[in-house]
Design a protein around this ligand. Sequence first.
Ligand code: ADP
Length: 268
Amino acid sequence: MSPTEPIEPTGPPDPDAAPAADALLRVRGLQKSFGANQVLQSIDLTVSRGHVLALIGPSGSGKTTILRCLNGLELADGGTIELADELSVDFTTAPGKKQLAALRDRSAMVFQHYNLFPHKTVLENVLEGPVMVQRRPKDEVTAEALALLDRVGLSSKRDSYPFELSGGQQQRVGIVRALALRPKLLLFDEPTSSLDPELVGDVLRLIKELALEGWSMVIVTHELEFAREVATTVAFVDGGRIVEHGDPKQVLRHPKEERTRQFLHRLL
Ligand code: ADP
């Protein structure tokens, strides 16, 4: 398998396919509180294989927390996360370590602030998860990592440190690092919001290419035009709930809910 191909190539999404039948990710009743602050009320969402879900909504509405719960970086307090008919984690009872590890293993996060290890080179950053956590053979992972770095135009930076790279280059390394984990699901948390405007386009183009290749993704973004182009579904999150979701053109151009209208109006 080429490292640049998705684990399960699906081709373009079939609009007639019943989404539930081909669901990769199914979340039901997800809840999360920080102390007395209930940040996620009861989140239901489904992502079919090869589909892209964009989460939009005001700052503080819970979008990042949804991603972090999907990746097991935060432990949800209630609800279930099912992935690819092979993993079902029930948060109403504390899930076991193995289940959480499996959840972490099947998704990979691309962070707003890149979160690269500052004292590791680009290549070491990419190898860390697959070799140290997934315990895959270093030779095999190195070959994949170099091919991925080549693909994003960064093979010449393999021995550079993050501080020697531009924000756009660091974020491309962040994306390569996620791909090298061979996840089922890619999670992007505002991947371009730390970038200078002239660097945003390259990163968005790369994400769009990955979407066209059939990677399944959840993306938190403020780039509404990008969401309209790339997403299969847009969900508007407010107050820890999904207020409305649907076809990007419908949600972004003709929202049904007043709260969505107000949010979009403020951005225009
Ligand atoms: P968004 O991504 O939509 O901006 P977040 O998911 O980051 O929203 O945050 C939702 C709410 O949860 C905010 O009120 C935020 O302050 C709170 N929150 C997020 N992470 C933590 C944490 N680790 N500890 C306490 N509160 C948190």
